[in-house]
Design a protein around this ligand. Structure first.
Ligand code: ADP
Length: 298
């Protein structure tokens, strides 16, 4: 599977320019779309799931289907879990999934029942199959959301801000679930503003900022960009405030001499500290705070 995006732009009728000249190749596996609120992630997702048309540009799937011309074929390949996934109050968990399977065109009842059971098993909801869907916990609702997106065996799975409101355990469980699915011949696009959602699971990431594609590559490529740019500083009380003003601060821990602070910076002239190995979160902060601010002010 492959999605190719060329010179994609979205300008809303009120003049908001949500996507600017996006060029991007999305290969098989899990793809993380990362960026702060307002970066353009949802706009890109809505275009990819054919809910909205771009202002201009081109999207093709497998060099074969054009998003503007073959909308029906592309829809048949899609599974979508929107950010504000909701369902009807009065359905049991299995009934809801059965309903979505019918909507997806699965007419044969026996085959549908089998698919529903298999899916409930896969997302860990089989025990809860007779429970009212609206009585499920937050994490279980999200898993039901992914189940409805997967019921028709889609080749392109799009998940918008999947872990919002989930506790850490559910977050990990949800991530592992997507990770398992991504080993098939599918593309999973995961949009998030939480770095932790993508670090361990995505082979590739794209960073969006103010509608522009700021970076695309593997998470380790992104981390490499921040090498030598993350520092651990031992700061006194007085320095603490100065440092907060001067640099993007990642963590602050009280220590014997005042504070131990992790910051991103090209140089920390005048302070006592050493560079440390960056992780993905460091790299993300470095990219957003340093590079992009420089670019946008240039
Ligand atoms: P994200 O999902 O990364 O938070 P969005 O795609 O929702 O970003 O938003 C990108 C930009 O487009 C923002 O400036 C937002 O205000 C604007 N925007 C989003 N939806 C609309 C809309 N329906 N009409 C006008 N502007 C919009």
């Amino acid at each position: 599977m492959k999605i190719s995006i060329e010179q994609l732009n979205k300008i809303y009728t009120n003049g908001n320019w949500a996507l600017k000249d996006i060029n991007l190749e999305i290969p098989n596996g899990m793809f993380g779309l990362l960026g702060p609120n307002g970066a353009g992630k949802s706009s890109l997702m809505r275009i990819l799931v054919t809910l909205m048309k771009p202002t201009n540009g081109k999207v093709t799937v497998n060099d074969q289907y054009d998003l503007m011309k073959n909308r029906r074929e592309i829809r048949a390949m899609l599974g979508y879990l929107p950010q504000d996934f909701r369902f009807f109050a009065k359905l049991k968990t299995w009934e809801f999934l059965d309903y979505t399977a019918r909507l997806a065109g699965m007419k044969n009842r026996a085959r549908r029942e089998e698919a529903v059971d298999r899916m409930l098993e896969e997302v860990g909801l089989f025990e809860a199959r007779d429970r009212n869907a609206n009585r499920l916990s937050g994490g279980m609702k999200r898993r039901l959301g992914i189940a409805q997106a997967l019921i028709n065996d889609p080749k392109i799975i799009i998940v918008d801000e999947p872990t919002t409101g989930l506790d850490p355990e559910e977050r990990i469980r949800f991530r592992n679930l997507l990770s398992n699915i991504s080993t098939r011949d599918v593309i999973i696009i995961l949009s998030t503003h939480i770095v932790g959602d993508i670090s361990s699971t995505c082979e590739n990431v794209a960073l969006l900022n103010k509608g522009k594609l700021a970076f695309t590559g593997s998470p380790s490529d992104l981390v490499r960009e921040a090498e030598g740019k993350v520092w651990q500083i031992q700061a006194t009380e007085k320095e603490y405030l100065e440092i907060n003003d001067k640099f993007p601060v990642i963590t602050t821990i009280p220590s014997d001499y005042g504070w131990e602070m992790q910051v991103v910076a090209d140089e920390i002239n005048g302070y006592y500290g050493k560079p440390i190995e960056p992780n993905l979160e460091h790299a993300y902060v470095y990219f957003m705070e340093k590079k992009l601010n420089q670019w946008t002010s240039a």
